[in-house]
Design a protein around this ligand. Sequence first.
Ligand code: DGY
Length: 320
Amino acid sequence: MCAKPVLWMPRRLSDATIERARRDYELILNEADTPGTAEEIVAMSARVDAMIPCHSEHFTAEVAAGLDPRLKIIANHSVGVDHCDLAALKARGVVVTNTPDVLSDATAELAMLLMLGAARHAVAGDRLVRTGAWDSWSPSFMVGKQVTGARLGIVGMGRVGRAMAQKARGFGMEIHYFNRSPLDPDMAQGATYHATLETLLPQSDFLSLHCPASPETTDLMNARTFAMLPDWAVLVNAARGALVDEAALIAALDAGKLAAAGLDCFKTEPGGNPAFAGYDNIFMLPHIGSATTQTRDAMGYRALDNLDAFFAGGEPRDLV
Ligand code: DGY
């Protein structure tokens, strides 16, 4: 019987994933669940055939250059692969996969939560009740922005963007989107296509970002693009912190251009932006878009499916 491939799991994935990985691989698990450093990744590459990292492990060009040829495949436990220098890994002959599809609903659910929480004063309202400071009520108290009947602009109509559109339709929103190309009508479900960000933004009472982080999308939302939104718009970002110029976001809130923002992603993670803490109209969560029990199992299984296909001599389904 052939020896099992050796697999490094730098983060503690779901119990079901660990159990299956132990059954089929020689698993090296970082029980401490600390992010893998560049040094650890490079050192581990000489001991393992495969890795299942998360977006917390950074495969920069420098790391890629230091990888031992023993490492054959990086099966990411994430849909985003902006933590990987794909060209550098390809040059080293390392196969890279991701976990699309399985997290779309969980991420879209969280984007809805961010949108609703930002629109309806979730931060200030929760604090008022929680601290016992709620001592009066008035019809003009904590008046928010209604989503029903409002226009939702979606940047990136991939799997997560489409899941967001579907959920937002249930809230009676009118969907607009900007994408590289228009969707087939059965996928667009009546959403209005915009060939440019510049035409989408003025139509977006709410704007939700669902595109990957790349050099082209860095600071996609900046002083110029915030200015194109309708007054009192709401920004939602459950994609990547790199998409938003955070100083410009604060300036847009200060100017009253934006009513609120709902953010699950930040330029600096973990940690976020300390300046945001002073804004009750920024509703924040710590990058937990895909963090549901079902989705974590599905992500782990999808990463293992990719490894299984690779070690069986086939092509993994989710090559990037
Ligand atoms: C993803 O899958 O890209 C999520 O952000 C979690 O890493």
